[in-house]
Ligand binder design. Structure first.
Ligand SMILES: Cc1ncc(COP(=O)(O)O)c(C=O)c1O
Length: 279
C-alpha cells in the first residue's frame, strides 16, 4: 500500500497514528470524502471538494485547506499509488482536545488521507444484480453531511449482510431515502425516479452524474419523493455510489424486482456512465 497522509506528512500506514483524545475517535466528530480515480484522473473532483466543504460547514469545522491545496494533495496521493484506478479517501476531524461535547476553543483539525486500488464491482453484480433488504431509516436528520459518525449506517448495512443481501434500502415515513452506503433510484411506469436531494439523504456525486446523463440522453426522469409502494412495484431498482458505480438490485426483501434481472434503463445508464468515465 502506498504511504498515507496525516497532518502534513506522508508515512507508511503503520506509522500513521492519532492520539486517543482525537474527537474523531471519541465522538465520531469529523467528515470524509471518497473520490474515484480512473486511469489516474479523479472523477468529478470539484463536486467532491464542494461536498467536503458543505460537510465541514455543516458540522462547523473550518476548512483546513484551500481548494488548490486539496487538489495538490489528491494529485500527490494519486501519483504515489501504483494502481491506475484508485479510490481517494479524505478525512477531517475537529482535532485533539480534552473530552467535552462542546467544541474546543483552539483545536487544530486532524487531516488524514489515503489512496487505495479500486476494483470495479463484481461482473456478477452487473449481469445478475444484487439482493437488497429494506429497513426503517433510523439515522439522524442531517444525512446530507458526509460525517464519520456512521454507526447507524454500519448497523443497517450489517442487517443486509446478515440477511445474505448486499445493501439495505432505507424507508422514512413511507418514503425511500437511500441505501445504507449508496443512493437508490427506481423505475416506475418507465420513469426513472430519484428521491429528492434534501437533509434526509447524501447528495451522491454518482447520483448527480446519473441524473446529468439521463438529462443529456433524454431518459425520462424525475427527482421527487418515492413512496414505499412505488419502490415495491418498481420494474427496476438500482444503487449508485462512487466506488460501486451503478448496480442493479434484482431482489428486494426476497422478492424479484420486475423480471428479476437487470432492466433496460439500468443497463443503458451503466453503459453511458462508462463513456462518461472515459471522457
Ligand atoms: C449513505 C450514502 N449515500 C450515498 C452514497 C453515494 O455517494 P457517492 O455517489 O458520492 O459515492 C454513499 C457513498 O458512500 C453513502 O455512504
Amino acid at each position: 500500500m502506498s504511504d498515507v497522509y496525516l497532518n502534513g506528512r506522508f508515512m507508511p500506514m503503520e506509522q500513521a497514528q492519532v492520539p486517543v483524545m482525537d474527537r474523531g475517535f471519541i465522538f465520531g466528530d469529523g467528515v470524509y470524502e471518497v473520490i474515484p480515480v480512473y486511469d489516474r484522473a479523479p472523477l468529478a473532483l470539484d463536486r467532491h471538494l464542494d461536498r467536503l466543504a458543505h460537510s465541514l460547514e455543516g458540522v462547523r469545522i473550518a476548512n483546513p485547506k484551500s481548494r488548490a491545496d486539496w487538489k495538490a494533495l489528491v494529485d500527490e496521493l494519486i501519483t504515489r499509488e501504483s494502481a491506475v484506478n484508485q479510490s481517494i479517501y479524505l478525512h477531517v476531524t475537529r482535532g485533539v482536545a480534552p473530552r467535552d461535547h462542546a467544541f474546543p476553543k483552539d483545536a487544530t483539525p486532524t487531516v488524514f488521507a489515503m489512496a487505495k486500488p479500486m476494483a470495479p464491482p463484481p461482473l456478477q453484480w452487473l449481469s445478475e444484480g444484487i439482493k437488497a433488504i429494506t429497513h426503517e431509516d433510523f439515522r439522524w436528520l442531517k444525512c446530507d453531511l458526509k460525517t464519520t459518525s456512521l454507526l447507524a449506517n454500519v448497523l443497517l448495512r450489517q442487517m443486509a449482510v446478515d440477511a445474505g443481501a448486499t445493501e439495505c434500502l432505507l424507508i422514512r415515513d413511507g418514503y425511500l431515502t437511500e441505501g445504507a452506503a449508496s443512493n437508490a433510484m427506481v423505475v416506475v411506469d418507465g420513469l426513472l425516479l430519484a428521491p429528492p436531494r434534501n437533509h434526509l439523504l447524501l447528495p451522491g456525486i454518482t447520483y448527480e452524474l446519473v441524473l446529468d446523463i439521463a438529462a443529456r440522453h433524454h431518459i425520462p426522469f424525475a427527482e421527487r419523493p418515492v413512496t414505499e409502494a412505488e419502490l415495491r412495484r418498481a420494474s427496476e431498482i438500482m444503487m449508485t455510489s462512487s466506488t460501486r458505480e451503478i448496480v442493479p438490485i434484482t431482489t428486494l426483501d426476497g422478492k424479484p424486482v420486475g423480471n428479476g434481472i437487470p432492466g433496460p434503463v439500468c443497463k443503458k445508464l451503466l453503459s453511458l456512465y462508462q463513456e462518461r468515465k472515459r471522457s
